[in-house]
Write a protein that binds this ligand. Structure first.
Ligand code: SAM
Length: 206
């Protein structure tokens, strides 16, 4: 999967490719879906949510420039797969899931698999994780009408926010937002994506 779906489709970052090789995706899919775990597509994980496509997970982590020593925030833990891939690279991963049942099973799974550098919280990730900020990178695994200000404010200077943005699922763009200074942010459009909606109180009204 890593060679065919990630490397041949343009993922170049060695850290990301090695990390994806070191996380068994079959441990993150629901029972009965193991045979599809290494196909490059999203799969259902309950509560109407999905484990993201491996290529998109790798693309987002590469775009966020996650590197050894980093402190990273993920909004939308889902199965815990993306958090696990990032935890193979970063120093510490903070991840927030809105659905309690998904959050609890992801926590149980990550503990069982021995990940000891992931902090997981059930709650509204649109507000970020203030006590752990600032972050080198923030990755949002759900689509928003615009980037939540609280997530932008919790980036370190030079930090990157990767977030699908768009009014509807069919018209989301993956945005890379770089904090240039205390008040200055730069945006880059990385292309079209499709994600389940980000739901929370910290969404901008657009
Ligand atoms: N990264 C996940 C993985 O590797 O399995 C896939 C994430 S799934 C595409 C998106 C997740 O975002 C869902 O589990 C959904 O419940 C969650 N979500 C939506 N709004 C949220 C919010 N405000 N805070 C935290 N999680 C949220």
């Amino acid at each position: 999967m890593v060679d065919i779906d990630l490397a041949r489709r343009g993922i170049k970052d060695r850290n990301v490719l090695d990390a994806a090789r070191n996380v068994a995706r079959e441990a993150f899919v629901d029972p009965g879906f193991e045979e599809f775990a290494y196909e490059d597509g999203p799969l259902p994980i309950g509560d109407g949510q999905t484990i993201s496509q491996p290529y998109i997970v790798a693309l987002m982590i590469e775009a966020a420039g996650v590197k050894p020593g980093d402190k990273v925030l993920e909004v939308g833990t889902g199965s815990g797969y993306a958090a696990a891939v990032m935890a193979r690279i970063a120093r510490r991963v903070y991840t927030i899931e809105r659905h309690a049942a998904l959050g609890h099973s992801a926590r149980e799974r990550l503990e069982r698999l021995g990940f000891d550098n992931i902090e997981l919280r059930v709650g509204d990730g649109t507000k970020g994780w203030l006590e752990a900020a600032p972050f080198d990178a923030v990755i949002v695994a759900a689509g928003a009408p615009g980037p939540p200000q609280m997530l932008m404010d919790q980036l370190d200077v030079g930090g990157l926010l990767i977030i699908p943005v768009g009014p509807e699922v069919s018209s989301q763009r993956l945005m890379k937002i770089t904090r240039i200074s205390g008040t200055k942010f730069e945006e880059e459009d990385l292309g079209g994506v499709m994600f389940v909606p980000l739901i929370g109180e910290g969404l901008p009204s657009v």
